[in-house]
Ligand binder design. Structure first.
Ligand SMILES: [Zn+2]
Ligand SMILES: [Zn+2]
Length: 300
């Protein structure tokens, strides 16, 4: 089995490339970033100096994988034409920014149909992606990864079937993938606590999407119970999933090459990230798979 790709979502304060330094400071070898302020529609122009620094620092710091997370404002399922157009423009911008940094994947919350119905919302998302893809042939190497959601209200992507239904209507399948968030999956009803539960979830992933569709994992324990639809991330081993659930994924060779990234609560010191990474490493059966900088923490 190969080296694990482990890391966390990191702040881009001071520039997108600063996230790489933060990732390296906790000895991780993978990172998730926003490529602009995620709570604003428009961002500043792409900073070419920062792009150059990113390209230099990523290999220098031993960061082997990076993914971006799209703005929380985007809703490609919206029945309102103005918001839909704004969302399409924003997701297009996300792809252009990721492409500039040679980031291969952009995680996106599929969207909410706000009452217009599941079928409408699913078709709306796929249509939006098809239009975006037509408009950005230069970004063909940057895929949108639809994230599984916790299942609240009218939010789409609440199960694997819905993710499949969206992908079915996307014309260029190479440009779309999936992000599995452990907290969301658990909150929406997939029990990954036990070996049997995890095997059952994997069988469903294979059935509906195929393992190749999964481009990235989000590793978050869940405050809410199984099927609670509560999207509240907590530290590894301190939630309803428990550490063992993460061990199943970490020790599954099928995820070689697929990054596992924390989105757990933290302060600027990143102490909590270091703690959660150490907890994950303690679950890894083959120590040679742990990123070199984190090996000393195994068994502590
Ligand atoms: Zn997300
Ligand atoms: Zn997530």
């Amino acid at each position: 089995m190969g080296l694990l790709l482990l890391g966390a979502h990191m702040s881009i304060a001071g520039g997108v490339s600063q996230a790489l330094d933060r990732a390296a400071s906790v000895q991780s070898n993978a990172v998730q970033v926003f490529t602009k302020n995620n709570r604003q529609w428009a961002g500043p122009p792409i900073n070419e100096e920062d792009v150059a620094r990113w390209q230099e620092q990523m290999p220098a710091l031993g960061i082997q994988y990076a993914v971006s997370h799209a703005s929380y404002l985007i809703n490609l399922a919206s029945p309102k034409d103005d918001l839909w157009a704004k969302s399409r423009a924003a997701q297009k911008d996300e792809l252009v920014r990721a492409h500039a940094y040679a980031i291969p994947h952009v995680v996106l919350h599929p969207g909410s149909h706000t009452g217009a119905g599941d079928d409408f919302g699913i078709a709306r998302i796929a249509e939006a992606l098809n239009r975006i893809h037509d408009e950005t042939p230069e970004c063909a190497d940057t895929a949108t990864c639809l994230e599984i959601m916790a299942g609240q209200g009218n939010v789409l992507g609440r199960n694997l079937e819905q993710l499949r239904a969206i992908i079915d209507q996307v014309e260029d399948k190479r440009r779309v993938g999936v992000c599995l968030d452990t907290c969301h999956a658990y909150a929406t009803g997939y029990d990954i606590r036990t070996a049997e539960g995890y095997a059952g979830f994997m069988a469903e992933v294979e059935r509906w999407l195929g393992l190749d569709a999964v481009k990235v994992w989000h590793f978050n324990d869940s405050k809410g119970a199984l099927g609670s639809n509560l999207d509240r991330h907590v530290h590894i081993g301190e939630g309803e999933i428990g550490a063992e659930g993460f061990g199943h994924i970490l020790n599954d060779a099928r995820w070689d090459g697929t990054a596992m990234l924390l989105e757990t609560p933290k302060e600027d010191t990143l102490e909590e990230d270091a703690m959660n990474l150490a907890r994950l490493c303690a679950l890894v059966e083959d120590g040679a798979r742990i990123p070199p900088g984190l090996r000393s923490q195994q068994g502590e």
